[in-house]
Design a protein around this ligand. Structure first.
Ligand SMILES: Cc1cc2nc3c(=O)[nH]c(=O)nc-3n(C[C@H](O)[C@H](O)[C@H](O)COP(=O)(O)O)c2cc1C
Length: 376
């Protein structure tokens, strides 16, 4: 078996059997007027499943009004959005792919002044663990015990809705500086109660969401959490400086009944910590023993591997893409991670998986920002 063949072996994840190791990364597209994805969105996901992607992770879907990003994103607490998710799930599954819905609460991430046009007319104020934005400035409301309990219940209701819609699981967005990550980050969590404090205490909020989602859904329904060191407001931010701190943060999440972790990094090949070569995904897999999804710039960058883009090396972009695919496949073979999520490159290439399987990675179309303006 070649390394590339390894990319096309099945993976058990919770109760799912995913046909290969390729996931579509969750990507907000803002094509859900009134909070409801239409037929164009159904078709967009169906094309990626038809193109061979094993696991579709949907764009972030808001679990309640306070947590909704300002823009036409799916508002999953509403029945119309749940019905639309049902149409997406059936279209994807008819192509032989699995699907998990990403559950999202932005917390204090966004500007306090904007509203979600046409969806949440009078949006509730932004809330967070300590009412602080990612830059450390105050501006929102500090979540009370009731707010916390209600938000956890909203995640659980959204998980149950995703199961009723026919999804195989959910991914809780605990990354990039959104609400669950705001609890985990010491810059935005200054609480002195049991929701704040040391690293393990700060991951309690995400752990309780995991526990509640698990309880609200059937055995075998996959519960995945996405986590990251980096934040959209600060690419250099870190939740943990050492593997020991990272392990302390992960422990409550695993104990709550997770099936897999999706470790979000900006470049999948970079070492996670100063003391070792293992990526953050690899370190996470070593610590937890759980299946891990890696992500970050797959088939996007030219200088991905030391030496390949040296002056005079003459490597073409298309050859670089092929070499990148090899690198991913080798990492899976070496048990660095179990699955790779592909984001922007899958916007540019709905058939990313089929092209790679056919040994045609050098034909992958480059991603350009203008592709975000439409839903191809
Ligand atoms: C347009 C766009 C929207 C995104 N929306 C989300 C999102 O809703 N949830 C999430 O967890 N990550 C989101 N991301 C991050 C991607 O899931 C992914 O981690 C990132 O694009 C890096 O992967 P890539 O280099 O393969 O694109 C988004 C990225 C892009 C480009």
């Amino acid at each position: 078996m070649t390394a590339i063949d390894r990319l096309f072996t099945a993976l058990s994840l919770g109760g799912m059997t995913v046909r290969n190791r390729i996931a579509m990364a969750p990507m907000t597209r803002e094509f859900a007027p009134g909070g409801v994805p239409g037929d164009d969105v159904v078709e967009y996901y169906r094309r990626r499943a038809a193109g061979g992607c094993g696991l579709i992770i949907t764009e972030g879907m808001a679990v309640n009004a306070a947590g909704a990003h300002d823009g036409p994103i799916p508002l999953l607490w509403q029945s119309e959005a749940q019905a639309a998710l049902g149409r997406i799930a059936s279209a994807v599954k008819a192509q032989g792919s699995c699907i998990v819905a990403q559950l999202w609460h932005v917390g204090m991430q966004d500007s306090p002044t904007t509203v979600n046009p046409g969806t949440v007319k009078q949006r509730p104020p932004r809330v967070g663990p300590s009412g602080l934005y990612g830059n450390g400035e105050p501006g929102g409301e500090v979540m009370s015990e009731d707010d916390i309990a209600n938000t956890i219940a909203d995640f659980a209701r959204a998980a149950a809705a995703a199961e009723s819609a026919g999804c195989d699981g959910i991914e809780i967005h605990g990354a990039h500086g959104y609400l669950a990550d705001q609890f985990m980050w010491d810059r935005t969590n200054r609480r002195a109660d049991t929701w704040g404090g040391e690293t393990a205490q700060r991951s309690r909020f995400l752990a309780e969401i995991i526990r509640a989602c698990r309880a609200a859904t059937s055995p075998g329904f996959a519960v995945i959490a996405r986590i990251s060191q980096w934040k959209s407001v600060d690419y250099t931010a870190r939740l943990a400086e050492t593997k020991g701190e990272w392990a302390a943060m992960l422990e409550p999440l695993c104990a709550a009944g997770l099936d897999a972790l999706h470790v979000s990094t900006r470049r999948f090949w970079e070492p996670g910590f100063a003391d070792g070569d293992r990526s953050l995904a690899g370190v996470t897999r070593d610590i937890t023993g759980l299946p891990v999804i890696a992500v970050g710039s797959v088939t996007l960058e030219r200088d991905f591997k030391e030496g390949t883009s040296e002056a005079g090396g003459g490597i073409t972009e298309s050859a670089a893409r092929s070499a990148h695919v090899e690198q991913v496949a080798e990492a899976i073979e070496a048990e660095e991670f179990d699955m790779i999520a592909v984001g922007r490159a899958m916007i540019a290439n709905p058939d990313w998986a089929d092209l790679v399987r056919g040994g045609r990675a050098d034909e992958l179309r480059p991603f350009t920002r203008d592709l975000l303006a439409k839903l191809d």
